[in-house]
Unconditional design. Structure first.
Length: 118
């Protein structure tokens, strides 16, 4: 579903999203563009309006969105979840990930609270 259909263009908090579609180059595979943003509604609106630009997502037919109902999701949490999803989905042969950037080695680690042994 595009963001107008689910009413998320007004959501201003951080979150993680997956834009899903069919991989037209490989039969029986799906595409999953995975991203995060501090303003998830604006980011989805951007993807929705950018049908022919450099960052176009023409394959996009469905959406999965992870947000917090109580605003406890931070940018660090969103980056952690994004990194975990990219690594997990990327290891599945039924999915293609068209992301141009991949998470750095430390992107999938949350900082430990002070005083916690590492």
């Amino acid at each position: 579903m595009r963001c107008e259909q689910v009413g998320l263009q007004r959501s201003s908090g951080p979150g993680v999203y997956i834009l899903i579609g069919n991989d037209e180059d490989v039969q029986d595979r799906q595409l999953a563009y995975i991203g995060e943003s501090e303003g998830i509604g604006a980011r989805l609106s951007y993807h929705n309006s950018n049908e022919a630009g450099r960052d176009a997502k023409g394959f996009w037919i469905d959406t999965v969105i992870l947000i917090s109902k109580d605003e406890n999701l931070t940018k660090s949490h969103a980056r952690y979840v994004e990194a975990c999803l990219i690594r997990g989905v990327g290891s599945n042969p039924r999915w293609t990930i068209p992301n141009s950037r991949t998470p750095s080695d430390d992107a999938g680690k949350l900082p430990l609270p002070s005083g916690t042994p590492s």
